[in-house]
Design a protein. Structure first.
Length: 422
């Protein structure tokens, strides 16, 4: 028999967890993340789901419709059928799931909660005696966080064709390991590009831990996403002149660290004034010596805003102040937009189906659901309350009762969408 929710969570909890910080290091195609994917494959097989791998590192387990109750231990073949359905598109399969990778020193719930909940929701439906009239898939997407190769939602981007194979082949991690080489070293056979399983998908539902305190403030265990704010990642390259930290007079320096420091403060001020989000969270320094004035500082800005116009204005204001400071410091600045995502508005029909008295709220966090929505797949999200409001941190939480409420909400939605024949 398949594991229940608590057992699945217990099995995943130690994988990739740091003894020093209690945070998680499940980087894409690394040992811990691959162990999570192996666990997912086993859970799919225990439920009789047909496992499908694509060439991008994504895995989908399919629950196929048959002429009777589908036993958990057995798989049956898919009937040949295609049709559109209200609220669905294409072949009409209902896809759910999330991701299993983490940010560096991340929390337990961001991603895995959606995967575990999807498997648990299938168990709930089978216990109800429900027979799907259309395929139901559970997806585990690769490199959602962008923590290794710098491009968030890379697995889903490749799957739907938002990111092309040639662009992906040029990606490398901080150690210079290229994406395809990392995949091959993990035992995968990379074949980057649009995934064949996408043609089956009529809609996508993603359950995720809330990355904020909206549901806490509303005293609600489960909410529904209305939209994702526009967001972007920008590389700021500050260049100056390396020199001796002890013998170089302060007035003789061309120090890019000073330019960066002022820019970080400017980003904070501009975002606060506008009521938006701006964060410098990653920094590379050359030569990175304690007794040397640096010659180069590279910093990455994460900016998120309510509209595309406000995002452009915020980044422009930060860059303008950075350039003014660079002129005073005798340094230079180049800004490169590494990725920019427009606003995503989730499918109104799906939001209505999921709503049922639940709060409908926007989010400033990116998700695979946003990528599928951008590619024309009707998509929606459920959020489970996070009592700390903290995410991308070991302090990320979700209470057991709220998790079970999320599973029930997801099961109800899957039943509603999958009960009709395509």
């Amino acid at each position: 028999m398949p594991d229940d929710f608590e057992q699945m969570w217990t099995d995943l909890a130690p994988v990739g967890r740091s003894a020093a910080t209690t945070g998680y290091f499940r980087q894409p195609f690394g040992a811990a993340e691959r162990e999570c994917h192996a666990w997912f494959v086993e859970q799919c097989r225990l439920r009789g789901l047909r496992v499908e791998h694509d060439g991008n590192g994504n895995t989908v387990g399919w629950w196929e419709p048959v002429g009777g109750i589908v036993p958990r231990e057995r798989h049956h073949a898919e009937p040949e059928a295609r049709a559109d359905h209200v609220g669905l598109s294409g072949a009409g399969a209902v896809l759910t799931g999330s991701h299993l990778d983490s940010v560096l020193d991340g929390g337990a719930y961001d991603g895995p909660l959606g995967v575990v909940s999807a498997l648990a929701a299938i168990d709930v439906l089978r216990d109800r005696g429900f027979l799907p009239g259309r395929p139901v898939g559970v997806a585990a997407f690769a490199e959602e966080e962008g923590s290794r190769f710098g491009l968030a939602c890379l697995g889903s981007r490749l799957a739907v064709g938002v990111t092309g194979a040639e662009q992906a082949r040029g990606l490398a991690d901080r150690d210079g390991v290229r994406l395809e080489d990392a995949m091959a070293a993990a035992g995968l056979e990379p074949d980057l590009g649009r995934s064949g399983w996408l043609d089956r998908v009529g809609c996508y539902l993603e359950l995720h831990v809330e990355q904020g305190r909206d549901l806490v403030d509303r005293e609600q265990p489960v909410g529904v996403a209305s939209a994702i704010w526009p967001h972007g990642r920008y590389r700021f390259d500050f260049t100056g002149e390396a020199n001796h930290a002890g013998t170089t007079r302060m007035e003789d320096r061309h120090d890019p660290m000073l330019t960066y420091a002022m820019t970080a403060l400017a980003a904070n001020k501009q975002a606060r004034l506008a009521g938006q989000r701006a964060t410098f969270g990653r920094l590379d320094v050359t030569p990175n010596g304690t007794n040397a004035v640096p010659s180069r500082v590279t910093a990455w800005l994460d900016a998120r805003c309510e509209t595309e116009e406000v995002l452009a204005e915020l980044v422009a204001a930060i860059e303008r102040q950075a350039c003014d400071r660079a002129d005073r410091d005798g340094t230079a600045l180049t800004v490169t937009a590494e990725s920019v995502s427009s606003a995503v508005h989730f499918d109104g029909g799906l939001i209505e189906r999921l709503g049922r008295g639940r709060p409908v709220i926007p989010t400033a966090a990116g998700h695979d659901a946003g990528i599928l929505a951008t590619a024309g797949v009707p998509s929606a999200m459920l959020f489970v309350r996070n009592p700390t409001g903290v995410s991308h941190s070991p302090e990320e939480r979700a209470e057991a009762g709220d998790c079970h409420a999320g599973v029930q909400a997801l099961a109800d939605a899957l039943q509603d969408l999958a009960e009709e024949q395509p």
